[in-house]
Every structure is written in structure tokens, then in C-alpha cells.
Design a protein around this ligand. Structure first.
Ligand code: C2E
Ligand code: MG
Ligand code: MG
Length: 723
């Protein structure tokens, strides 16, 4: 709300106008004598009538204004003001009509009636306002509106009747000698009441500075008019004229303030409300159609845009959808803020490299879309995808981290692949998913993708039930310790016997389980089952046996994973030293999260192996930071160990590096005696592969164990002889 000072500063013209009135009053005081009767006695009635009409007009206009607006307002104080002004207005009119010199109208004109009407109106003003200011503000019922105005008319009517009663019960206010003592006293009473009103008004200066200003100014003008009316000698005295001018100014000010409260203010409030509504609508639209982080148009916008623009023209159009590799990794290891920053940086680059006519938008998670409204040949789309990949060659700088990433881009074509926006977008997303499996990371939509996608969903649905239905089981692949010559450990490998599709290899369902989060319950089941069966095997053979269980990253991200491992060991009775957990090399990328998780696991007493070592793309420098015990050389290196010098060099390097770091090595995928020879002679600690044994179901492992051990003994004896 505005302060009194601000309101005052706004009302420049008001001050000017009041100043003019006072100058006039000043002139009247100074030149009273020469100005006496200046307008001519004949003209005085007309001049008086004009001023009085203005005064009465202001009062009645206020009453009317409030009458009309109180239909919506219904504030009791405003309503009472309206009724008050109605009475004052009516009294003003009858005063003007009854004025001395006016033509005969119902009753003979003269100062007796005219002065009484004036003084009644004059007294009503402070009394009425004092009452209004001191009553409590509340909502007025619509019946009050009528009642207030009716009583106002009734009061005016009673005053008129009183004055015109033939018996003349009221004493004279003006006689031949000028104004009587009673008139002076009544005028004085009005004066004092107005001063009182001004005192009460001061309280409103803070809460209603505008009303205060106008009422105070009006009251002050009335006081001035009182002084003039008390001290004029006859009606031709210039004081009488000035008093009327003061009176008119007072009512004009009141009219202005009432106009403000009943018309201007509500109108301004409506406009303001409308403006703020529009602003809100704009904001809502912004929220609904734009991505908050990147400020790019969002999926809803894109869909609506496509719906509108796809059918336009007959040019071939294309939609590219792409995701950001390593987004999840950044999010889980560095946090959401970094991941957001990563997307914002990419969004910025996209805006720089893409032509203005392409429509770029941000889809949920790490995905973006680019709509190309026209292309001639596929070659051109290829160039766009190249450009996007090139854009990612520069590392993304996120505060003090520099991260390199690539995009996986899917492309769908209109009208070739899809005939509507929904399909076009969906197919581009399918293609983007397929692109993650391709080396060039770009994939154009093909019809089979949709079927594959559907098949994947069905499989995911089946996998959910697989655990409960007991369709999962474990095969154990024995590992041979080359130094002790004993089968002292085995790797647990999960299998799924699908009721319709038969045996499904882990590579066909583990990635699906990882994507859908099902890996967590599956992993738990595998760990529990592997521990239980290993304990059973140990009891049966009265021999130690270590079991190696594969972990997925989703399991390590689970909050209480180490507690779960601990509970499982306790529940199944497996010694912690007999459990090995395998992580893959790619999991070691998120050092920040993985190292503490592994340390917790190590603290339980289990051992940790890095699986598929050599295939990952992270630097080997992490090895010294990780609490690991074993490296498992990936079988792709073992396969060609004897004919590919590069692979041989790599295996040798791993073996010697492991020695330096005091890590043990397991070689995977040994299929031939020659491969075994090689590893035996190069001091590899353990081997695992079809040559010793394929993975076996628990019962088979129990049954065949002796035979496998015997075969291993023979092989080792042979090797020892050649050493
Ligand atoms: P991995 O952990 O590297 O397991 C070794 C894979 O190599 C197994 O394939 C095994 O059957 C196969 N293999 C072993 N010796 C030979 C050999 O001499 N020649 C050939 N060609 N292959 C050999 P499998 O069982 O198909 O498992 C594939 C992958 O699935 C595993 O690779 C592992 O990463 C994952 N996996 C299996 N079980 C689980 C599990 O319970 N949890 C998780 N998270 N992943 C699992
Ligand atoms: Mg493994
Ligand atoms: Mg492996």
C-alpha cells in the first residue's frame, strides 16, 4: 500500500487547485470592501444557483456512484457515505431553490428556509462522517443498501417538512440585522464537529492515506467556508461568494475520492488481477512446454509441433532422438547437479551447431530430439549425425571435471517409417536404443526394431515371474588352482529355463534385468542359492570350496548391499573367505561410489575379483585404489593367445602387472591343452574353461567332481613333467 507521502506526491493538481482557491480567498480578504456586490445584486441569485448546482451535483453524483457500485461492493461504510451524500445533495437542491430571490416554487423563497437547509446539510456532513468513521467496517447485506438510501430520503424529507411547517417552529437564522446568534452558533458547532472529524481522520493516515488526504482537504475547505459564512455581513459580501467556492471545492474533492474508491480502485484491481493472471498463464505455458534445465522446448511441445507440421508440404522429414552416454554414470557418481550441467552444456552446443530451421527439443532424462523439416537424401542425415558426434569430441567441462562422452543417435523418417508424430517419435527412440549396441552409435529405424522391442517387453514380463516360478537355476564352472592342483573354487552362472523358449543364456536376459531393475531380486536369489549350495557341497565332500558370484552395478548401488551379503553368509553358514564377488571392469568407472562399497564388502572377509579384465576402457591406474584380490583375464585374449602376438603380449603384461600389485590372476575360457600349457608356464594362478569343465548344474557338479579333479591331476602331472 502507498504511504501518505506517495499519495500526496501523486496529487499534484490537487495542491495546485487548492492553492488557487486560497489565492481567491486571499483576494477576498484584502479587497473585501471594493469587491462588495461586485457581481451585481441582480446577478447574485444566478451565480449562487450555479455554484449550488455544482455542489448538489457533486453530492448526488457521489450518492449515485455509490448506489451503482454498492451492488458489487457492499461495504457498509461506503454505503452509508452514499446515503449521507444523498441527504446532503437533496438539502443542497432545496437550499438553492429556496434561496432569496429565486422564483416562487411551492413555497415563497427567502433566507429562513434556505439557511435552514444549508445549515442542516452542513451539520449532517461532520456528524454523518464521524458516525461512519467510528462504526465497524463490515459487509452490508443488499437489503441494507435500500434501507440506507430510503432513510436518507426520509431524513431529507423530514427536514423539508419541518422547515415548511406553517407554524414555523424553527427560529430565524437570518433577519434584517444579518445572521442571528443561533446561525453563528450552529455554524460554529459545524466547525467544531469538522475539526473533531479531522482529528479522528488522522488515525486513518496510515491505513487509508488517500481517503485521509481527500477528506482532510475537504474538511479544511468546509472550515474555511464556515469562517466565511460566519463573518459575512450580507449575501452580497464577497465572503459569501468565497464561502460557496470553498464549499464547492470541498464537495468536488469528496466526489473525486469517492470516485476513486468506487470506480478507479476496483477497476485498477481488476486490471491488475488480469495482468497477473496472464503472467501466470505465461509461466504455466513455459512450464508445460519447456524443459526447466536446458530451457529447450519439451516433449509435449515437440509432439504438438510434429502433429501440426508433419502433414504440411510433401517433403521428406526426419526425426533424430539421441541419448548421452555416461549420463547415468555422471549422475550416480558426481550427482544430479553435474548431470544437469552436462545436459545444459550439450544443449548449448546443439544450439550452436544445428541450423535454425531444425527444431531442437529436450525429452525426459538424457534424451534430446531434433526434427529436420526437409531432407533430400539420406546422405544429408548422415552428415547431421556426423556433426553431432563431432560436437562431442571436445570434452564436457563440468566445474573442475572434464568428461568425454558420445551420443547414441536414432533416426526415423517421415513418411517412410511412420505416418504420425507419435510413431515417428517412438521409432526414433527405438532406434536410439539400438544405437547403444552399435560401434558407430547411430541407427536408422527398421521395422524389426518394433518387434524386438515388443519381444523384449514380453521377456521382461516373463522374467518378473521367473524367480517366483523357480525357473532360474545356477550352473557352476569349476576353477583349477594351478599351484595347488586342486579344484578349489567354482563360478556360479545363472540360467533361465523358460517354460516356452527353453534355456536362455545370461547374456540374453541379464542386460534386460539390469535395465529393468530386476537384477536386484535376481542377484539376491543367485547369491543366496550359490551360498546355500556351496555349503551343501562342502558338507558332502568335506572339502573347502569357494564360490564366485557375479555382481551387476545396480546391486552395488543398492543401499544395504553389504548388509545383505553379511546376512546371507550368516543365514547359509558359508565362511566369508569362501565367497568371491566378481565385478566387471566397467563398473570401476564410478570410483567415488564403488570404492567405499567394495571396502565394506572386503571388511566382511570376502574376496573380490575384476571380471573380463582387459575389455574395459578405463585406465589401469584405478587398480591400486581398489580393494581387489583377483583379475580375471577375459577369454577373448586367451582365445588367440598362441597365434596373436598382440594378445600374448597383453596377457603377459597383465600377469606381470598383477604380480607387482600382488593380485592373483584367473584366466577364463581355456579350451585347449595348449592354452593351459601357456598359462601354467607363465605362472597364472587359476584357470577356468571348457577344457577343464563346462558350467554344470549343482547335481552334476556333485556327481562329476571326482572325475574333473582326476582329469585336472593328469593334466598337471603332464605339465609338471615338461616344466
Ligand atoms: P562371465 O562372468 O565372464 O562368465 C564366463 C562366461 O564364459 C560364462 O558364460 C561361461 O559359460 C563362459 N565360458 C566359460 N568357459 C568358457 C570357454 O572355455 N569357452 C567359451 N566359449 N565360454 C566359456 P555365460 O554363462 O553365458 O555367462 C555370461 C555372462 O553373464 C557372465 O560372464 C557374466 O558376466 C554374466 N552372468 C552370469 N551369471 C550371472 C549372475 O548371476 N549375475 C550377473 N550379474 N551376471 C551373470
Ligand atoms: Mg564372471
Ligand atoms: Mg568373465
Amino acid at each position: 500500500m502507498k504511504t501518505f507521502k506517495q499519495v500526496l506526491a501523486e496529487q499534484k493538481y490537487l495542491t495546485l487547485y487548492i492553492l488557487l482557491v486560497y489565492i481567491l480567498a486571499g483576494i477576498a480578504v484584502i479587497f473585501r470592501e471594493p469587491l462588495h456586490g461586485i457581481f451585481g445584486e441582480q446577478n447574485y441569485v444566478a451565480i449562487h444557483l450555479i455554484i449550488e448546482i455544482f455542489v448538489a451535483f457533486c453530492s448526488l453524483a457521489i450518492a449515485n456512484q455509490i448506489w451503482l457500485s454498492s451492488k458489487f461492493h457492499q461495504n457498509n461504510k461506503i454505503l452509508y457515505s452514499g446515503a449521507l451524500f444523498l441527504t446532503i445533495g437533496v438539502l443542497g437542491v432545496v437550499h438553492a431553490i429556496a434561496y432569496k430571490g429565486m422564483p416562487f416554487f411551492i413555497h415563497e423563497s427567502g433566507p429562513y428556509a434556505a439557511t435552514w437547509f444549508y445549515i442542516a446539510g452542513r451539520l449532517l456532513f461532520p456528524i454523518g462522517f464521524l458516525y461512519i468513521l467510528l462504526t465497524k467496517e463490515k459487509q452490508a447485506a443488499s437489503s441494507t443498501r435500500l434501507a440506507a438510501y430510503a432513510s436518507s430520503l426520509l431524513i431529507s424529507l423530514s427536514v423539508v417538512v419541518m422547515v415548511y411547517l406553517p407554524a414555523r417552529p424553527l427560529p430565524e437564522l437570518v433577519n434584517e440585522g444579518g445572521i442571528t446568534a443561533l446561525k453563528s452558533n450552529l455554524q460554529m458547532a459545524a466547525f467544531i464537529l469538522t475539526v473533531l472529524l479531522m482529528v479522528v481522520l488522522v488515525k486513518q493516515i496510515r491505513t487509508m492515506p488517500r481517503l485521509f488526504l481527500f477528506l482532510i482537504a475537504a474538511s479544511f475547505n468546509l472550515l474555511c467556508s464556515d469562517i466565511m459564512f460566519i463573518s459575512y455581513i450580507d449575501v452580497y459580501d464577497i465572503y459569501n461568494f468565497t464561502g460557496h467556492i470553498f464549499q464547492f471545492t470541498a464537495f468536488w474533492l469528496l466526489y473525486k475520492s469517492i470516485y476513486y474508491f468506487t470506480v478507479e480502485q476496483p477497476f485498477v484491481a481488476v486490471i491488475k488481477a488480469k495482468e497477473s493472471l496472464e503472467l501466470k498463464e505465461r509461466k504455466i505455458k513455459q512450464l508445460a512446454y519447456y524443459d526447466a534445465g536446458t530451457r529447450l522446448p519439451n516433449e509435449r511441445y515437440l509432439k504438438e509441433y510434429l502433429e501440426e507440421h508433419l502433414p504440411q508440404g510433401d517433403s521428406a522429414k526426419a526425426l533424430l532422438v539421441f541419448g548421452v552416454d555416461r549420463y547415468e554414470g555422471v549422475k550416480s557418481s558426481l550427482g544430479t547437479a553435474y548431470a544437469e550441467k552436462m545436459l545444459e552444456t550439450i544443449a548449448q552446443r546443439l544450439q550452436e551447431v544445428l541450423p535454425y530451421s531444425y527444431v531442437l527439443s529436450k525429452l525426459p532424462e538424457d534424451r534430446f530430439a531434433v526434427f529436420i523439416p526437409r531432407y533430400e537424401q539420406l546422405q544429408m542425415l548422415q552428415e547431421v549425425t556426423d556433426k553431432l558426434q563431432q560436437m562431442m569430441h571436445r570434452s564436457l567441462v563440468l566445474e573442475h571435471f572434464s568428461i568425454s562422452s558420445v551420443l547414441h543417435i536414432g533416426v526415423s523418417l517421415y513418411p517412410k517409417d511412420a505416418a504420425n508424430a507419435e510413431d515417428l517419435l517412438q521409432f526414433a527412440q527405438f532406434a536410439a536404443y539400438e544405437a547403444t549396441k552399435k560401434e558407430e552409435r547411430v541407427s536408422f529405424y527398421t521395422g524389426s526394431m518394433q518387434e524386438e522391442r515388443a519381444a523384449r517387453l514380453v521377456l521382461e514380463h516373463d522374467l518378473k515371474k521367473a524367480i517366483e516360478q523357480g525357473e532360474l537355476f545356477i550352473e557352476y564352472q569349476p576353477q583349477l588352482d594351478l599351484q595347488q592342483g586342486a579344484i578349489s573354487s567354482a563360478e556360479a552362472l545363472v540360467r533361465w529355463r523358460h517354460p516356452k523358449r527353453g534355456l536362455i543364456a545370461p547374456l540374453d536376459f541379464i542386460p534386460l534385468a539390469e535395465e529393468s531393475g530386476l537384477i536386484v531380486p535376481i542377484g539376491k536369489w543367485v547369491l543366496e542359492t550359490a551360498c546355500t549350495e556351496t555349503v551343501r557341497w562342502q558338507k558332502k565332500h568335506r572339502k573347502p570350496m569357494r564360490v564366485a558370484v557375479n555382481l551387476s552395478i545396480g546391486q552395488l548401488y543398492e543401499k544395504d548391499f553389504s548388509r545383505f551379503v553379511k546376512q546371507t553368509l550368516e543365514k547359509t553358514g558359508l565362511a566369508p573367505a569362501h565367497l568371491q564377488l566378481e565385478i566387471t571392469e566397467s563398473m570401476t568407472m564410478n570410483t567415488k561410489l564403488i570404492v567405499p562399497a567394495l571396502q565394506e564388502l572386503k571388511a566382511l572377509g570376502v574376496t573380490i575379483a575384476v571380471d573380463d579384465f582387459g575389455t574395459g576402457y578405463s585406465s589401469i591406474s584405478y587398480l591400486k585404489d581398489f580393494p581387489i584380490d583377483y583379475l580375471k583375464i577375459d577369454r577373448s585374449f586367451i582365445r588367440n593367445i598362441l597365434d596373436n602376438p598382440d594378445d600374448e603380449a597383453l596377457v603377459k603384461m597383465i600377469l606381470s602387472m598383477a604380480k607387482h600389485l600382488k593380485l592373483k590372476v584367473v584366466a577364463e575360457g581355456i579350451e585347449t591343452p595348449e592354452q593351459l600349457d601357456y598359462l601354467f608356464h607363465n605362472d597364472c594362478e587359476k584357470i577356468q574353461g571348457y577344457f577343464i569343465s563346462r558350467p554344470l548344474p549343482y547335481e552334476a557338479l556333485e556327481a562329476d567332481y571326482q572325475a574333473i579333479q582326476q582329469f585336472a591331476d593328469e593334466q598337471l602331472n603332464r605339465l609338471k613333467m615338461t616344466k
